[in-house]
Design a protein around this ligand. Structure first.
Ligand code: SAM
Ligand code: DTB
Ligand code: SF4
Length: 340
């Protein structure tokens, strides 16, 4: 692994060897297949070397441009290819976005993520998005945007506006990818990821499970993420949030909860320093399952009753759940504040 550890971790012998980008699929499978107590113990051990296991980061999402997307992502409510009932809107007014960010901050979120249903942003959209970033940043929040594919120039513009994170998922394994999306390739995504990195923006990159894929695809997705050098600072693991009218709806199968916990633990072990976000899909998860996920190394959630177009648990219930578990919502986690 190329980049240095932060000083507070360098004093701990052996931690740098844990950060690897050369995991083999076989190693990942073997970790996944460990007896559950062994797997969770290993994930907890790694987690504690890099994070405080009682701390959870909270981010909020806002769809700043909804629906009418030209891409055909088979899981998405916002694709113009499917009848999902989601109404297409124009890019939101900056003031409305800033007010939503302020409300999210006052409700406990430290990061505000703005999503747009674009294949890629048009240059005329960039000025407005950059203004949103500047204004949300001025509220003292970390900023994140997800706008689709970027050119190198667009990535630099976002960096200059003060963007902290760009979110761009690999979504699934290389083998399953073509079954889910045909209008852009995995290579296209990797190129955007590279441009984001080159501009010096932190990366939020993960994927979705529960789209009819098999276990080797889920592990293939984690392998792909763990092969990114450096690892994404933030790794959202989404369980597909049900959307009617999309192709995935015909094949989707909710994961066995223990199988889901195993994936979280594997993500924690193979990307020790990344923040692992228990992302979409929590409305369908019991508190017990979420507790196991936090025990297996997940340390971030989205708060607020809406993700982009689909539901998320209501905030008060989430805070009550975290309180019950003795977990604190913090404004930044140690490993994530380190410069890449
Ligand atoms: N249009 C941009 C793009 O796709 O690059 C940004 C917005 S897109 C909605 C962001 C991510 O949300 C997708 O890459 C996908 O991983 C996730 N996502 C979309 N719909 C989802 C669903 N129904 N359940 C879980 N995750 C979903
Ligand atoms: C991510 O991996 N999940 C978030 C965020 N990154 C942008 C988006 C989840 C969207 C869920 C579907 C919806 O609400 O439309
Ligand atoms: Fe468009 Fe993003 Fe949805 Fe794909 S995931 S259809 S790119 S909004």
């Amino acid at each position: 692994m190329s980049d240095a550890l932060p000083p507070h971790l360098e004093t701990r012998p052996g931690t740098s060897e844990l950060i690897r980008t050369d995991w083999s699929r076989e190693e990942i499978q073997a970790i996944h297949d460990l007896p559950l107590p062994e797997l969770v113990h290993r994930a907890q051990t790694v987690h504690r070397l890099f994070f405080n296991p009682t701390q959870i980061e909270a981010a909020s999402l806002l769809s700043v441009k909804t629906g009418g997307c030209p891409e055909d992502c088979g899981y998405c409510s916002q694709s113009a290819h499917y009848e999902t009932g989601v109404k297409a809107t124009r890019l939101m007014d900056v003031e409305v976005v800033v007010e939503a960010a302020r409300a999210a901050r006052d409700a406990g979120a430290s990061r505000f993520c703005m999503g747009a249903a674009w294949r890629s942003p048009k240059d005329r959209d960039m000025s407005e998005v950059c203004e949103m970033i500047e204004r949300v940043r001025a509220l003292g929040m970390q900023t994140c945007v997800t706008l689709g594919m970027l050119t190198a120039e667009q990535a630099v513009r976002l960096r200059d506006a003060g963007l902290d994170f760009y979110s761009h998922n690999v979504d699934t394994s290389p083998e399953y990818y073509g079954r889910i999306i045909t209008t852009r390739t995995l290579q296209d995504r990797l190129e955007t990821i590279e441009r984001v990195r080159n501009a010096g923006i932190k990366l939020c990159c993960g994927g979705i499970v529960g789209m009819g894929e098999v276990l080797s695809d889920r592990l293939g997705m984690l392998h792909l993420l763990a092969s990114l050098d450096p690892h994404p600072e933030s790794v959202p693991i989404n369980q597909w949030n049900e959307v009617r009218g999309v192709p995935v709806a015909g094949t989707a199968e909710k994961l066995d909860p223990v199988g889901f916990v195993r994936l979280i633990a594997v993500a924690r072990i193979v990307m020790p320093r990344s923040v692992v976000r228990l992302s979409a899909g929590r409305t369908a998860m019991s508190e017990e399952l979420q507790a196991l996920c936090f025990t297996a190394g997940a340390n971030s959630i989205f708060i607020g009753d809406r993700l982009l177009t689909t539901k998320n648990p209501v905030r008060d219930r989430d805070f009550a759940m975290l309180r019950k578990m003795g977990l604190d919502v913090v404004s930044s986690l140690p490993a994530e504040t380190v410069e890449a």
